[in-house]
Design a protein around this ligand. Structure first.
Ligand code: UDP
Ligand code: LCN
Length: 835
């Protein structure tokens, strides 16, 4: 696009434009070698061409196109190389010589090499520097081509299956023959081992079923069906069985995507699911807000409930009486503070057959007692996978049907286990750290001692490429927006200078990407207007934490004017969450201070009690600001709140004040607090960096704020409250629109249905592409062994304590424990560590 239009340079005929462009480029090279981001390019252009009309003319010209779409530039005088993103997922690279304005296109490899010259010149010049190219193995697999289709992989795969089935119907027969549960065949047996035999028997069965009342239970004709080669799993009664069989007959006759979609949603393929979530304190109570313990836990606990309900529903309609089991596998932390994270096994509240299984980290010296930061976790994962696999196979009495990983560590473990046992695997990023920390790739050597990003990014590449499908919460997570690259998109091509150059890390046009947005538990997060459902028992304690004039371990600061609306924020006290930023914006904006009070929930107050580096620095910063800006009287800082139910009511109480939720993060991968607040009818202002930019339609269902521009953001909030003072209905309008947005797009029911469909369809897709899968796994295996393992050796390992002798079994009787889970508990024999 770009070089074509520019030819070999910028024509002399461009006159004044040419002069302006030259002056711009000269400005860029003035400061010598550097990487420039879009805002810097624009800022410096404004300095050079201060006349708006002239600037516009430049932007409309050929080189202007480069400026408009540039995300980043590398300056190596006299050259300026531009990374241009015309559309989500579409990148081009050009270099412009500032002396003669000649333009040359570059490959992504050439661009990365130029960038590397700034960080590790010798390595950049090494002709044999390691290049990682996962795309090289995907050339036989179909890819999407439209940016607008990104994240819609399931639909694409289903449509491709039509062609594949047309050419090779036997592949479907073989796949159906492989369906089983604990050794018992499902849907059909070897009698129907060819497409022809299957077609004929389906016709026979159809005639037979047409004679039966629709509600005849499957058991009534099970024996007859067995003789014909059919097993259970088609449906609970004659009507449903006939429907499923007709869909299959139509597929065998002429496959079309509608029928394929319907058929795969019906086949009994997924019963037992393992979900890995390794870091943080994975517990059901008293954990939220602890370090590394936030939305991922909430997401998974809600996800399990939704998935179990969907699986139970499907099993029943398939005419089966199996108990689908979901096991969430996490780390057992002996030194578990006041949480249950030192218990090996725990039934999940609100489910019938789902449980948490905790496996400790074991070092050469024994079991590791203390919490480990998610950034330091890698040395323990290989052993963890081995121990977890043994336990899982024992508990499930066989292999799971689907493994879902969460975050880098859980995804890596999921990849290792899935690959070893040949199981369908899904990954969920939650947050890709590379996007959160600017230049964390180029400057990985600076970051590594503290964050070990080289291990983390390597692990991310491994699991992204191992997965059979990738679940994303939003489009932006994969491919960003028109203006900004997505989280996955930033892994397409990047470099870790001195280590390896990623020429193809992940392709966002890969049909493995699917969007399934999470929801907020509607038994907790419901509108403040639903007075009869409100949790009134929490009113006194909420009144106390918000308004009491005293300070204690739970809250500091106080609010003098109770009549003012409250702007409220709640998050882990991580630097990226920017709670201290919001406090400073508020502190500096007199108009806002006059209009509203500020309440922050996050962390705790004594830095000496934290082991988390980021939390410690944020605690200190918050104290400094309270003093510096004399916030007491208008500001309340409440320590992390672990009771989700009360938090639900807290959002509603803030809505009662006609206040707002403000999510000011520098970057937010998705942002569950945003949908929680909106579900409660609380007007929400949230960062325009990441998920909230997609959750909220700015100016309709809430507002976007720019975390890098505190003045503008705090003014936007102040303007809103000023308008509310004049027109009381203004607030109601945004509250109602926010709620509508949630009801339309963010519910767990939609999520669970999509994910189970993905499980069935991608299992078949994997089966169809097994040769390609194997080739890729070989490449990944080498990368794991030769790169990842060596990187992990650089991370210091904490030493464990010798493993205590096993305690006698001690059953934990929880009210919600099912008979099945109690049976498993006693088989496992509980072991408690610590306390
Ligand atoms: N949360 C909480 N208490 C706190 C801080 C956070 O209950 O003190 C909950 C919050 O309600 C939400 C989750 O933790 O359910 C945070 O999820 P989000 O996606 O907003 O951010 P994350 O922590 O995952 O980055
Ligand atoms: C991690 C995050 O940082 C949040 O943005 C997400 O909402 C959460 O995980 C759940 O996916």
């Amino acid at each position: 696009m770009i070089s074509g239009s520019l030819g070999n340079g910028i024509p002399e005929s461009m006159g004044q434009n040419r002069g302006n462009i030259k002056r711009c480029l000269e400005k860029y090279i003035e400061k010598g070698r550097r990487v420039m981001k879009l805002n810097q390019l624009m800022d410096e252009m404004e300095i050079v061409i201060n006349d708006l009309t002239q600037r516009k003319r430049v932007m409309e010209g050929d080189l202007g196109k480069i400026f408009c779409f540039t995300q980043e530039a590398v300056v190596i005088p006299p050259i300026v190389a531009f990374a241009i993103r015309g559309n989500p997922g579409n990148w081009q690279y050009v270099k412009v010589n500032s002396s003669d304005l000649s333009v040359e296109t570059l490959s992504n490899t050439q661009y990365l090499k130029l960038k590397e010259l700034l960080f590790d010149e010798n390595w950049a010049k090494d002709e044999n520097a390691l290049e990682v190219d996962f795309g090289a193995l995907d050339f036989t697999l179909p890819q999407l081509s439209l940016s607008s289709s990104i994240g819609n992989g399931l639909r694409f795969v289903t449509s491709k299956l039509g062609g594949r089935l047309n050419d090779n119907p036997q592949s479907l027969v073989d796949y159906l023959l492989s369906l089983e549960h604990q050794g018992e065949s499902l849907m059909m047996n070897e009698t129907l081992n060819t497409a022809r035999k299957l077609e004929m028997s389906l016709i026979l069965a159809d005639v037979f079923l047409s004679e039966l009342p629709e509600d005849t239970p499957f058991q009534a004709f099970e024996l007859r069906f067995k003789e014909w080669g059919f097993e259970k799993g088609w449906g609970e009664n004659a009507g449903r069985v006939k429907e499923t069989m007709r869909i299959l007959s139509e597929i065998l006759q002429a496959p079309d995507s509608g029928n394929i979609d319907r058929f795969f949603a019906r086949i009994p393929r997924i019963f037992n699911v393992v979900i890995f979530s390794v870091h943080g304190y994975f517990g059901q109570t008293d954990v939220l807000g602890l370090p590394d313990t936030g939305g991922q836990i909430v997401y998974i606990l809600d996800q399990v409930k939704a998935l179990e309900a969907e699986l139970l529903h499907r099993v029943t309609s398939q005419g089966l009486n199996f108990k689908p089991q979901i096991l969430v596998v996490t780390r057992l932390i002996p030194d578990a503070k006041d949480t249950t994270c030192n218990q090996e096994f725990e039934p999940i509240i609100g489910t019938k057959h789902s449980n948490i299984l905790r496996i400790p980290f074991v070092t050469e010296n024994g079991i590791l007692s203390r919490w480990v930061s998610r950034f330091d976790i890698y040395p323990y994962l290989e052993r963890f996978t081995k121990d977890a696999t043994t336990k899982i196979l024992d508990i499930l009495e066989g292999k799971p049907d689907l493994i879902i990983g969460n975050y880098t560590d859980g995804n890596l473990v999921a990849s290792l286990m899935a690959n070893k046992l040949g199981i369908t695997q899904a990954t969920i990023a939650h947050a890709l750290e590379k996007t959160k920390y600017e230049d964390s790739d180029n400057k990985w050597k600076e970051f590594d001692p503290k964050y070990h990003f080289s291990s983390q990014f390597t692990a991310d590449l491994i699991s992204m490429n191992s997965a059979d499908f990738i679940i994303a919460s939003t489009y932006q997570e994969i491919a960003g927006s028109k203006e900004r690259a997505g989280q996955y998109e930033r892994h397409m091509s990047f470099t870790l200078p001195g280590l390896y150059r990623v020429v193809s890390g992940i392709n966002v046009f890969d049909p493995r990407f699917n969007i399934a947005a999470p929801g907020a538990d509607d038994s907790i997060y419901f509108p403040f207007t639903a007075q009869d459902r409100r949790f009134t028992k929490f009113y006194p304690s909420i009144e106390e934490i918000l308004y009491s004039q005293n300070e204690n371990d739970e809250h500091i600061g106080y609010l003098v004017d109770k009549k003012k609306p409250i702007i409220f924020s709640m998050a882990r006290l991580d630097v990226v969450k920017n709670l201290t930023g919001l406090t400073e914006w508020y502190a500096k904006n007199k108009r806002l201070r006059d209009l509203v009070n500020l309440v922050i929930v996050g962390g705790f107050f004594d830095p000496s009690k934290s082991k988390d580096r980021e939390e410690i620095s944020e605690i200190k910063k918050m104290h400094t600001m309270i003093e510096k800006y004399q916030l007491k009287g208008q500001f309340r800082w409440i320590a992390a709140q672990t009771d989700r139910t009360r938090n639900g009511e807290l959002y509603r109480c803030i809505a009662d004040t006609r206040g707002a939720f403000v999510q000011p993060a520098h970057y937010e991968a998705f942002g569950l607090t945003v949908i929680e607040a909106m579900s409660c009818g609380l007007v929400t202002f949230a960062t325009d960096q990441g998920g909230p930019a997609e959750i909220i339609v700015d100016g309709v269902s809430g507002f976007h704020i720019d975390p890098s521009n505190g003045e503008e953001s705090s003014d936007k909030i102040a303007n809103f409250f000023e308008k509310c003072k004049i027109d009381a209905n203004y607030w109601n309008m945004f509250s109602a629109e926010g709620l509508q947005r949630i009801n339309e797009c963010y519910t767990w029911k939609i999520y669970a249905n999509k994910v189970i469909n993905m499980g069935s369809t991608y299992s078949y897709w994997r089966h169809l592409n097994k040769d390609q899968k194997l080739a890729k796994q070989r490449y990944i295996h080498s990368f794991y062994n030769l790169q990842y393992r060596n990187l992990v050796k650089t991370i210091p390992k904490l030493s464990g304590i010798p493993e205590p002798p096993p305690l006698p079994p001690k059953p934990l009787v929880k009210p919600s424990a099912s008979k099945g889970s109690k049976r498993i508990q006693s088989r496992l024999g509980f072991r408690m560590f610590g306390a």
